[in-house]
Design a protein around this ligand. Structure first.
Ligand code: GLN
Length: 560
């Protein structure tokens, strides 16, 4: 076989560009908390004074997560620059405070699109372009570019999926290429799972051994194995795994189920993961400062008073609504915990109210409701009924994006008297389009240009003095992340305001309604945002609107 001459596009992506690289890969099965493990590794290394950056690489051919069904694949997290990404970017932000952008998110689709773009540009100098080595090299280039841009000392790259999957091969090959060139700078952390079959009642390590063999077969040896399980890994299991992969026993880390995800970094440090990792990487161990985080993780375990919050939505398939609404749930958690309450969340499928309005009385048992984001007509009539019920019965209501549009429609129908008012998303021919297609979206929808084409990412919003929103934020101007195609129709702003609805946040030019609310004297909390505040909630600094909402839930003073 002729030896290929390296072309510029090929040899541009060869090296390890500085810093240390940790690859987090899954074995045995998915959904065992790989994202939380990657976030926690970031957190503990950061707490020891290192600049870390987390990146997620997903195996699918989609260019981003924007067109993926949330009930099946989890929430679409929106980065500051508008990237529609996997929910793990939200975990990274919540754990390390990283601001995510498109540099932190890779998919197979993006890698191929770039390689094909270069091929069309003749950047491969007449060579044929091949899955190996051109695809892994582009993966390496992206990881290194992220490291450089963030000037990070430690890059943590989490691979979606589990070893043994066909689609993961180019990604594992990228890690192998980097590691073989710079073994002292590249580390593989396998997140595995130890099942405890109920008939046996003891942990089994065999599936983990198979995952390790799968890694061997692609030329990789794990440097650390993190053992997810119901209970801590037994000494025997740790010994077996350490023998199988010829690793010192302190590199086999126990990761049992915990009270909250925020315990995971604390738990990792109990297993000395921070210092063992740094030693392995040849970096100074440095003192850790996880005290605020540890105190927070401990404090929340002691909270026993509860606040009951209903989520009136439609992406429930009961096995995964936690993933579908993860940023909403976490933002509720942060705010409730900050007020020393433990949230109890009820999942309320809005469609059922459409057939039986009497069921709305179940909202009386709650301290407040949230209508989160969503797309399409299904379930929206039930949400509109729920918003009206909450308004009439003074039940705190918080609308997130679609939830703000829903409360506006409900107000237009029931207070302004515009019967059948709607959004053009739900009914393009509605007589009263109080929510209408954004001007720049009209052509996009016509030409079925649905990918990455919404109003996405961070935009500023000016707040009106004396409003609930202004009081909650304590400042005049804010920046929040967006993901929508529809907006309040300006033709209806005046009539809605005259009927009592307050637009307390708008784009700085006043043209786009960003927050709608009722004054405090009218309602304990009836507020919706066109943006998604849930993307900016952090465990130690809850989002001010979520805090204001939970406070209202605690003080609304409705009869029990
Ligand atoms: N479907 C609505 C829109 O596109 C709301 C979107 C959302 O909730 N993220 O405007």
């Amino acid at each position: 076989m002729a030896i290929k001459k390296e072309t510029p596009a090929r040899n541009a992506t060869h090296s390890v560009a500085g810093g240390k690289y940790i690859f987090v890969v899954g074995g045995v099965m998915s959904s065992v908390g790989k994202g939380i493990a990657a976030s926690s590794i970031g957190k503990i290394l950061q707490s020891r004074g290192y600049k870390v950056t987390n990146l997620k690489a997903d195996m699918y051919v989609n260019l981003d997560a924007g067109t993926i069904r949330p009930a099946e694949h989890g929430e679409v997290f929106v980065g500051e620059d508008g990237i529609e990404a996997d929910q793990d970017l939200g975990n990274y932000e919540r754990f390390t405070g990283q601001t995510s952008t498109r540099d932190n998110y890779i998919t197979t689709g993006q890698i191929y699109a770039e390689v094909i773009r270069r091929e069309r540009n003749l950047e491969y100098g007449g060579e044929d372009v091949e899955v190996y080595p051109d695809i892994p090299k582009e993966i390496i280039r992206r990881i290194e570019a992220c490291q450089k841009k963030n000037n990070s000392e430690i890059m943590i790259t989490e691979y979606g999926g589990t070893v043994g999957e066909y689609q993961l091969l180019p990604f594992l090959e990228a890690a192998r290429m980097m590691k073989s060139k710079n073994p002292a700078d590249v580390f593989i952390v396998l997140i595995s799972y130890l099942p405890t079959p109920s008939l046996l009642g003891e942990q089994k390590s065999k599936p983990t051994q198979h995952a390790i063999t799968d890694l061997y077969s692609v030329g990789l040896n794990p440097d650390f194995v993190i053992c997810r399980a119901d209970e801590p890994a037994t000494a025997d299991i740790k010994r077996t795994i350490s023998n199988v992969c010829s690793l010192p026993i302190e590199r086999i880390i126990s990761a049992p189920d915990v009270y909250s995800i925020y315990d995971v970094p604390v738990n990792f440090e109990k297993e000395n993961l921070g210092s063992t990792l740094l030693e392995a990487m040849g970096l100074q161990t440095k003192e850790k400062d996880l005290s605020d985080w540890t105190a927070f993780a401990e404090k929340i375990k002691k909270i026993n008073k509860t606040v009951k919050i209903g989520i009136v939505g439609k992406y429930f398939n009961f096995k995964s609504c936690k993933d579908t609404y993860i940023s909403v749930i976490e933002s509720i958690n942060h705010a409730a915990w900050g007020l020393n309450y433990k949230p109890e969340i009820a999942w309320l499928d809005s469609e059922k109210y459409e057939n039986n309005k009497k069921l709305l009385s179940e909202l009386d048992n709650l301290d407040g409701i949230i209508v989160p984001g969503g797309f399409g007509k299904r379930g929206t009539e039930g949400m509109i009924l729920a918003a009206d019920y909450a308004r009439r019965n003074k039940i705190p209501y918080f609308g997130l994006c679609l939830g703000m549009q829903i409360m506006t429609i409900s107000y237009a129908r029931n207070v302004l008297g515009l019967k059948d008012a709607n959004s053009t998303e739900m009914n393009p021919d509605t007589k009263y389009p109080v929510i209408s297609t954004m001007q720049d979206q009209i052509e996009k929808i016509k030409s079925k240009n649905y990918g990455a084409s919404m109003r996405l990412g961070t935009y500023p919003c000016a707040l009106k003095a004396g409003t609930v929103a202004r009081g909650a934020y304590g400042q005049n101007s804010i920046d929040e992340r967006h993901r929508h195609r529809y907006e309040v129709n300006n033709a209806y702003v005046k009539p809605l305001e005259e009927a009592g609805l307050v637009f307390s946040g708008t784009s700085p030019d006043g043209n786009l309604m960003e927050i709608a609310e009722l004054p405090k004297k009218e309602h304990p909390f009836f507020l919706g945002t066109q943006f998604h505040p849930e993307f900016l909630g952090r465990p130690l600094s809850p989002h001010p609107l979520f805090t204001a909402f939970v406070k209202a839930c605690l003080t609304a003073g409705r009869p029990a």
